[in-house]
Design a protein around this ligand. Sequence first.
Ligand code: FE2
Length: 286
Amino acid sequence: MANPSTHLSRSVSRVVAGKAASDGAGVKLNRIIGQRDFDMLDPFLLLDEFRSDQAGDYLAGFPDHPHRGFETVTYMLAGRMRHADNQGNSGLLTPGSVQWMTAGRGIVHSEMPEQEDGLMWGFQLWVNLPASDKMTAPRYQDIAAQSIPSIEPAAGVSPRVIAGRFGDAVSPVHGIATEPVYLDLSLDAGTSIDLPLAQGHNAFAYIYDGSATIGPLAQSRTIARGELAVLAAGDHVHVGAVAESARLILVAGRPLGEPVARHGPFVMNTPEQIVETIRDYQTGRF
Ligand code: FE2
């Protein structure tokens, strides 16, 4: 008998709409993962989309703040953001670039817009670290736009491979514990594609422009801009653009299945570790 779990197309198990939120020193954003109705999708702890051409929505930025126990992934679509930390690292995020920061045992950093007007648009994703890596040394992977592989597996379909691989295109981001795939996918109207996704990995698609049809033909659902589709089990997903073009991020990763103790920018496994983390931060040990 054939194994029913092979060649299973992932359907949409849930659709989540983002909630307007404010973070940092007053940056307006859309919080999709990490809100009351959808607190996480193991190993993903948070997904924010920031998109505004009103300087007052983003100028205040994210002044000095700490992180411990997970990774922050910033992917820019438009605008420029400067990051700097307490260990002397700094860099400029420009359109199409990604910063994969493994906070590990702790950093204090700022993320500030380097523009006074114009569109600022991008995402920040938080990816959990396994218990064994939470106190690892901090590490940055700053990937310039031109170093992110972009391919055209079918006419009108162009994924950028921000993490993981798609066919022969492999992202330069490496050594991530949860083996993530992160694609920025652009589909012209009337096109579709099947994307492989590891069995057992949790996955979601977030539509940031247009609308997309997701899932096997008989059960496909149309997902609109600003909505996130959680994908059910399977080894691939069918994504299409029907009446209009679609732009989306498709993200998958290995769930950790470990306890999560969370307090603002600290994500550990137990409440005791959170108490210790706050003490370490307050006594300048980051
Ligand atoms: Fe941060």
